[in-house]
Design a binder for this molecule. Structure first.
Ligand code: GRF
Length: 223
């Protein structure tokens, strides 16, 4: 049975679109029951409407406390039958109200290899720091900022002289791969959590060979 999910957005919604597309092509066994945005002008709301998905705008300014905002969001998500909450570019700190309502069922996509570069503009932080390997992470959400147990990560090499926007585009492409993959694993109930360790049960692809890793800049002949 398709996993009923809710998606929280604040902006463009390209990660939401990746979920919509994977469901449409039959790769992702999920059903998006509700898209919630804290911004009325989020383009992701148009993406949802085009896909016939119910939407709800909850303006955070209408609530004096984060907990009240979250309680309203929980009511809407529960009423829609949501079982898993996917934060996809949702630029709000959530509270224990949401986490208690969906224990171990709130995930987030972050455009950095956590725990590096939590918070806003992770791509810009990576560029400024001069890392050679950036990337993105899908993690369970806890009460910290981008601090929950990591589920899957993609490493994205930084090209010499590449600017932040170019890097963001390449990281975003990988976000669109790993977020739907993680939702599928939740749909198959194949993720177990032990402390900070997230275990994928019945992995179908052999572990990456220990000799295969991403080295950037690439090794040259003889090394
Ligand atoms: C993504 O890069 C996500 O990792 C970050 O905000 C961006 C949202 O993009 N939190 P979109 O709204 O999914 O296009």
């Amino acid at each position: 049975m398709a996993l009923p999910i809710g998606v929280l957005i604040s902006g463009s919604g390209s990660n939401l679109q990746s979920l919509i597309d994977k469901i449409a092509e039959g790769s992702l066994d999920a059903s998006i029951k509700l898209v919630v945005s804290n911004k009325a002008d989020a383009y992701g709301l148009e993406r949802a409407a085009k896909a016939g998905i119910a939407t709800r705008v909850l303006k955070h300014g209408d609530y004096s406390r984060r907990e009240e905002f979250d309680a309203e969001m929980v009511d809407a998500l529960k009423a829609a039958g949501v079982k898993v909450v996917v934060m996809a570019g949702f630029m709000r700190i959530i509270t224990s109200v949401l986490l208690k309502a969906f224990p171990e069922r709130v995930i987030n996509i972050h455009p950095a290899l956590l725990p590096s570069f939590p918070g806003v503009d992770a791509q810009g932080q990576a560029c400024t720091h001069g890392v050679k390997i950036a990337g993105c992470s899908v993690h369970f959400v806890d009460e910290g900022m981008d601090s929950g147990a990591v589920i899957q990560q993609a490493a994205v090499p930084v090209f010499s002289g590449e600017d932040r926007d170019a890097l963001q585009k390449r990281i975003l492409k990988m976000e669109h791969r790993i977020l739907p993959q993680v939702v599928q694993w939740l749909s198959q109930d194949r993720l177990s959590i032990s402390g900070r360790q997230v275990i994928l049960k019945k992995a179908t692809v052999d572990q990456i060979h220990p000799d295969n890793c991403l080295i950037n800049p690439p090794l040259e002949a003889g090394f």
